[in-house]
Structures are given as C-alpha cells and as structure tokens.
Design a protein around this ligand. Sequence first.
Ligand code: 7PM
Length: 363
Amino acid sequence: MTTTLAIRPIARLAGLQTGSGEESAALRLAGRRDCAFALAEIIARDASGTRRRLVSAAALRADRDPPLAELVARLESPRAAIAGISFDRARIMGIVNVTPDSFADGGRYFDGDVAVEHALRLEAEGADILDIGGESTRPGAAPIDVEEECRRVLPVIGKLVRQARVPVSIDTRHSEVMRRAAAAGVRLINDVSALRHDPQSLATVARTGLPVVLMHAQGDPRTMQDAPHYADVVLDVYDFLAERAAASEAAGIARSRLLLDPGIGFGKTLAHNLALLASLSLLHGLGCPLLLGVSRKSFIGHLTGAPPSERLPGSLAAALTGIAQGVQLLRVHDVAATRQAVAVWEGDQPRPRAERQRPASED
Ligand code: 7PM
C-alpha cells in the first residue's frame, strides 16, 4: 500500500482582515487571499492503519518535520494560470454536449450549429472556458467510434475557436480526438480517465504542450456504478490523483499544466460522493488547481428525488461547497445561475472599482 500523508484544512476564516493576528497563522490555500483556514487535520495512512490528529494552523506551521513542511508549502503555493485563466478566485467551465444521449439536456445540442449557439450563450452568461464533449461517459454508456466522436466535436471546436473569446477545451478519452482537437485550437484537454483509457494519451498530451484535467474514476463508464468500493474514498482518490500527476510528469507534462478533479459520480456511491465533497480542501495538497463537476448529477437526485432538469438548486449548493474549500474551476450546465451564486458567495471579496460602485438599489 502507498504511504499517504495528507492535510485537510478545516474551519474556513471568512472575511479575514489583513493585519489581524489570525492572518499570519492561517493556512492560505493555493496562494488565495480569500481562502484561509484556522485548523487542519493531519492524516497519515500506511499498512498498519490510518492516524488522524487535529492541529491549529499555527501549530502546523511550527512543525518542522520535512515531509509535513513540504506538504504545507505545496498546499499554500499560488497556482499558475492555465489556458489563460488565473486561479485567484473561482472560475466557471460551461458544458457543451455534442451527443445524442446526454442525460441532462436530452441531446438537444447534437446538431453542431445548435451546439455552437449554445456555447456562445454560455460565454455571454459568463463562462471562463467552454468544454466540448462528443462521447457520453455517463454510467452504463456504451463507447462510441472515435471517427464518430471527431465528426461531432471537430466542427463545433473549429467554429468556437474562431467565434468565442474564451478558450475551448475538449472532453475526451481518445488520443486521436485530443490530437485533432489540439490542431483545431483547443487550449485544454479534459480526460475523465486521467490519461489511462488510451495508451497513447500521455505521450499525445505531452506533445501538444497543452494543459490537461486528470479526473478520478473507478472502473469504466459502462460498469463503474455496479459496485464501487474503496478502503477510504478520500485517501484513495488523493493517492490516485498523486499517482496520475506523477505519471503525467514522467511523460513530460509539467505539474503546472495539470488540473485535478475528484470525479464526482464516476464509480461512487452517494456516501462516497458526500465524503469527497466534505473533504475537497485536502486535494490542494497535491499542488494543482482543482476542478469540480457536480452539475445536475445523480447524487443530487439521490438526496432529493429531483430529476436532472430540476437539480439546479442542489447543483448550486454543491458548487458553493466546493468554492468554500477553494475549488478553482466549476464545470456546470447552468452558467448564469452559477455566476450569480458565486458573485453572492464572493460578496465580501475585493472587486474592481466599477463593480463596487454600481448602485445596489436597481431591483
Ligand atoms: C451523464 C452523466 C452524462 C454524467 C454526463 C455526465 C465530469 C467531466 C463529465 C466531471 C470532468 C456530466 C458527466 N463529468 N469532466 N465530464 N469532471 N473533468 O455531468 O465531473 O457532464 S460527464
């Protein structure tokens, strides 16, 4: 078994004033001014078991144990921009499905031009990046032919690269699609298999020079929901992402090109999904910006009974759970609604003068 050392920041300090005593001791996630924590759980797992202890941020800083000090440094270091997007605050990725079987929007965007139109609407609503996918990776879905996937996504990518001001990403598990999407101008690759599905993906991504999202999934989409099992879902996902980040680095993809994602809903029970959502802050210790995809997902249905079309309130609640823990990129269907939720959540944050001075009495 891998030996795991992880730090889970807890007790977020909201509205922290610069110069206060807490300020210097607080753990600051990923170099963020707006994401400070007062306490931390130190988790150590090896073959003999898992030990957990709660320490104050100040005590954690005072600990000179080298592996721990190195972990604190990675937790707090600022993240580099990816595809021109800076991660000093939460950003939004708009989902553009070009599939006939997408559960969440009934395949309404299978037609290429309709997909382009939809993507441009998401951009106007405030998306920071547009994620184009042509293969449904939902639980139980059958794989599709790579040529068919290219026929779906490449025309949409070509048009959006010319028409959108924000960057475009490709959601695919296939190196051939990655290669052709890169040639068409995408700025980011999003792979739900963390570059494991296609043996050529690691080398292909390395050659494109593009950044990549590595997402955790247990099993293949077709069977992943059959009997998901973990020793400890949070630590197992942490170890998996650490291993895939190391494999990517070894293949020539620099760590500064990686975004990491716990893969909510991919080979996970409701309890697994909720445990991950409660412990997202721990993943900052891997030293990369985090992406979270919760939009309209089944766990919201399992908690509430709501069908996909009625899961926006739950999606926003889950998105804010991520933001409260410093998640830097939210992958969502409902961009305008998420923008509004994030703007209110960030209400106490410094913002540009023009925004600050806008009168608040116009409703
Ligand atoms: C059916 C079920 C259709 C689930 C589509 C989905 C993620 C992703 C997807 C995610 C990253 C969806 C998912 N989910 N990529 N692609 N993270 N990085 O809800 O959570 O869109 S497909």
